[in-house]
Design a protein around this ligand. Sequence first.
Ligand SMILES: *Cc1c(COP(=O)(O)O)cnc(C)c1O
Length: 950
Amino acid sequence: MSLKLTQYEPYDFANRRHIGPSPSEMAAMLETLGLPSVDALIEETIPSAIRRSKPLAFGPALSERDALHHMRQVAGKNHVLTSLIGQGYYGTTTPPVILRNILENPAWYTAYTPYQPEISQGRLEALLNFQTMISDLTGLDIANASLLDEATAAAEAMTMAKRGAKSKATAFFVDENCHPQTIAVIQTRAQPLDIKVIVGDPDDMVSENVFGAIFQYPGTYGHVRDLTGVIQELHKASAIAVVAADPLALTLLKAPGEMGADIAVGSTQRFGVPIGYGGPHAAYMACRQEFVRAMPGRIIGVSIDARGNRAYRLTLQTREQHIRREKANSNVCTAQALLAVMAAMYAIFHGPEGLQAIAQSIHRKTVRLAKGLEELGFKVSPEAFFDTITVEVGAMQGVILNAAVANNVNLRKISTDRVGISLDELTRPETIEAVWRAFGGNMKDDSTKIREYRLPEALMRESNYLMHPIFHMNRAEAEMTRYMRRLADRDLALDRAMIPLGSCTMKLNATVEMIPVTWPEFANLHPFAPLDQAQGYAEMIADLSNMLCDVTGYDAVSMQPNSGAQGEYAGLLAIRGYHLARGQGHRDVCLIPTSAHGTNPASAQMVGWRVVPVRSAENGDIDIEDFRAKAREHSANLAACMITYPSTHGVFEESVREVCDITHEHGGQVYIDGANMNAMVGLVAPGEIGGDVSHLNLHKTFCIPHGGGGPGMGPIGVKHHLIPHLPGHPETGGHAGPVSAAPYGSPSILTISWAYCLLMGGAGLTQASKIAILNANYIAKRLEGAYPILYTAPTGRVAHECIIDTRALKETSGVSVEDVAKRLMDCGFHAPTMSWPVPGTLMIEPTESEPKAELDRFITAMLAIRAEAQAIEDGAIDRDNNPLKNAPHTVEDLVGEWERPYSREQGCFPPGAFRVDKYWPPVNRVDNAFGDRNLVCTCPPMEDYAEAAE
Ligand SMILES: *Cc1c(COP(=O)(O)O)cnc(C)c1O
């Protein structure tokens, strides 16, 4: 017998991981479409005039083993020293039970944002725990479930104060004790909004001159000051007080709310989330009840389901209460859900006593360190501190910093004559001794010797926190593991079923891509560590940037934005900077199609622009005549247009080049929203069709998991002329101000996108886009007889997603788009994107990751739902009491009384649902109105849990 040699290229195997349909399945799907090949489909889908000029040029695909090997080599170029730099980033231990069961668990990290509450109860509960924790620690009424980082949270608080303050002043005061990156991000945000930022000593603040102020507590140099007096002054002037507080310090110190603060912000990084060279970590915001409607970000609330059982949901909104197009509070969409869940679990793991013990231990270590330095003759400030001290070192600064590095420790360089030191949970006696050595001492640290405190007596915390039973769970790991498992089991994530969410690109997050995230070389580096210790990161960021330049057709990439919406904001700031530099600073009009994602107008508003909406034509394309007319009308003031490509209607518009040309003719710049890049990689480059700047959602196209609503990364690519206007950073330089706390946003998760590119190679990435288009067209073809498909190219094809119209069903059978979405849960599916961009429709994006069998299961479910609607139309089932209106069904529906005109089996096991592996939504349909009328945004009392369990 002879050995038969195969003819495959290596990527044929490598990219099979990401390509759902097998070759034979592809053949079957093409037959359904009546096409000879995938390339023939692409010909019919993407107009040749906009195809990219040359294929991607970044090499062949690597195997899993080779990719990990290469990444290991690069990771090895990062040198992780013990960081005592502080400045918002602290060493912490991720409890292994949380590391493995949350951070490394696809049931948590592949979940989507909980817009469909019935299939999101687990993460909603976890995020409610987070809100309860923050609300308790800050002493404020209500908290949101995460913002991007502490610095942007502070900037959000400033604009929130502007909206909420009765004071008509136009300046915002910033305590000079805030972290430098916080001050810088606030300044970036303030500038286009004509807010004057006054940085100074709180004692010099003139309350009458400001609408609000922010103070850091404890301050960046360690000071812990009583803010009660300055806050009273602010309130007398009808201004708003914001406190940026370290949640761990708050376990020992008086809460901001108890000092009168209106808003508190901060980072929960040190609650068990690795530093990761800057992110991702969850920032928090809390406020007094009266400001809740002005608060940005998502807020989880408690409501009831159709049986009156407790159920959680996103509150005060049907979708995003704060992204109200040009009237938006903020553009925050993707936030840091997964990291918020981790922080909340850390608090549950330790409980209030455990957290307090950690904080006390850190404080005592800091006291010992300070006393030792004093013995050595150094002047240590401040007198009272929590975990951070500043040492006057004069001309010895360089020597001491170098000596510290020689002892494997990084200290913080403060101006030219001081050194900052922040201790943390990880600090050992050897670390303290190493610091003493760097200062010329040779003492032994004796933890039994010194037991004094240097916390300010008047600011010691007296109030309780984390009193809810959830934070007092039996701390046996069995209990903790099962709690996390129970919550995970309530949710439907990608590890169970396809999540065909149009525009959100819920594709495979391959396990191999997740592995390097938690390697210590990537996980434990401080963002402000000396650059010679971060060469691995530098190499990875440069390599990924080059790949993304190739993918987009742009000349440079900034990795700073932490989400797509932050990318939009950074991109518009770059355009603004460009106009200003050319003496065209008056340009402030932004043309945006009405079909745009809500974050587009929200971002335009954040840079102080006026949004002029442009209509869509009958076929869903941008109405080119309307566009031309608006551009002409605003010619003198045209700053930019923001378009999405392929459009949010799921079509590659032929006219895109014309839209870009018109914009340029009138002196404007073109922002192309790159959220739909998954349809284009290797096929179309936004930089080649006329774009000047675009963001990429790495958490869509480039495999970073959605994490139940974050993290994400939204790097922007720009043409050459915009490079000088990309975001800079106080630590790394650059002309423009920063938009994020850390220079490269959330670098530890860039490893995921990098791994994806390495594993796929140029050809594999291109194949992924083609199959994404194939899968979408297959679904459209199979469903077109049952539901009208809105918007297609002239050839009848769609791009990587399709919109199906369910509005007619409402007329004929009373079945709403929501009923369809909820019924899909019974079939074990997450609904497609609902009512966006067109109300009453569903937008389906299967992605390339889904095998044909899963597409067919979804199609079966959708056809069965159509048949149920038909039965209502025919009068065979009741209009109000039917499986669609009563969806989703729960285990509760299998027992007790049953007075419905259809069987339990019909209700619970519709076509598409698995029999053995049936997914059971834990609650029946959630009552939205009830939740908004009865606002509860912290954990409800325990009796309610008991009740719900009965
Ligand atoms: C997802 C999306 C955004 C926003 O991205 P985030 O990362 O959630 O901030 C913007 N535009 C479009 C078209 C999107 O689909």
